[in-house]
Design a protein around this ligand. Sequence first.
Ligand code: XMP
Length: 519
Amino acid sequence: MTVQPSDSILIVDFGSQVTQLIARRVREAGVYSEIAPFTMAEAAFARMQPKGIILSGSPASVLDANGPRIPQVILDSGLPILGICYGQQSLMHQLGGAVTGGDAGEFGRAFIEINDTCALFNGLWNIGEKHQVWMSHGDKVTSLAPGFRPVAASPGAPYAVIANDERRIYAMQFHPEVVHTPDGGKLLKNFVRHVCGLAGDWTMAEFRKTKIEEIRAQVGSARVICGLSGGVDSAVAAVLIHEAIGDQLTCVYVDHGLMRMGESEQVVSLFRGHFNIPLVHVDASTLFMKGLEGVTDPEAKRKFIGKTFIDVFEAEARKIGGADFLAQGTLYPDVIESVSFTGGPSVTIKSHHNVGGLPERMNMQLVEPLRELFKDEVRDLGRELGLPDVFVGRHPFPGPGLAIRIPGAVSRERADVLRKADAIYLEEIRNAGLYDAIWQAFAVLLPVKTVGVMGDGRTYDHVCALRAVTSTDGMTADIYPFDAAFLSRVATRIINEVKGINRVVYDYTSKPPGTIEWE
Ligand code: XMP
């Protein structure tokens, strides 16, 4: 059962890759929304009694006999409706307009010209102006259903935006939810606030309350176990779940000995000390280090760490008597990357480390309260829950930890050397006030030794590479352009203070073509 406030928007998902972004934009407008797959839209509609409906895009075609359809109750409801891309096409298809297969679709940036006034354009777009939007469609609307008028057009889409003011139904061929439609968020805001008349008083505090009710309804009196990775996501999920069900939750922190400086101590003191949450801290570093001995292949490292993590976690879960539910800090980007409407396989660039496979193996159901959130929203929620800023604002850290920042063989000694260099680098970044402007910064210890001179002597030590990138979601990234004085200050400190490193280089590769991590 889901609990929702009375003022809500139902988003009907026809399978677009970006449906969650619609929900995000609606949340940014201060309005609660829920997404329901089209197959369950009718039930969601009856349960939620929303104040407005948004229809998503889709990889399907309305011309296909089996193409998803809008439930008739929604069309008959008299509520405001906004159709996006496939949503527009299905509205026209079902209300008496026409759609034809695109011999030449439009993909990417396009400019639409505003031809008429429209409630969606209120305070935003005026007649005669041209605005950038993001198109991604094969089919297109070629004739309008009765009662609709065109209000904006692009060279490829004469009905780029259409309106039926009497029925308060609006639709657009482009995607307002993506960032490449710069005013898209405002168009969606106009729909939910101006057309649907919602107040815009939905906040993270409300989200917290709603989620707590949902978790209670899902879990009942059962036991939940949560694997903490040391990162922000699993910590926020755990604190939220603890607030919902108290000591029915046990957290297990499998410490592989490959964390950043001071991080394990911070997790333990935060959970046990600050939040008083039951926490099992397993120091499994010896097991991990032994298993990693001589392993140099990146995928072999990742697979070993992932599997060992699961083994240790499972053994600990058994010790505490098992659990019915497994809590995970899965975020929306993890969901989009892993689910595809068409079910086609995508290429594996890296085996990401998570506890995938564990729920089936241990016969557990999942509790994933952060599934619809993006990283920055998780941080907001973390602050809302009282997690300290320094913890919440921490740069992302990969599950396999420092092992994938030590190309070649990993050892405890190498991890210690890297940890020291990394800590100096991060300290300098914080001192320069740059930490929050950077998505991720870290040091990498190379398996390459070079000759140097220190004092009067020759040195023969490892090279350390520094990486810093900006990004919004980790999917693409740009290098952070430090000034030379900063980099040389960091290099000097690392070489002087960290035994085992005598040369420092800066990684100038964006993603793509590089990945953020080195392995
Ligand atoms: P790449 O290296 O693929 O990284 O460009 C993109 C983002 O994902 C993080 N990353 C991981 N996170 N488990 C995680 O939880 C992993 O196995 C993993 N590998 C990479 C990486 O730090 C960056 O933020």
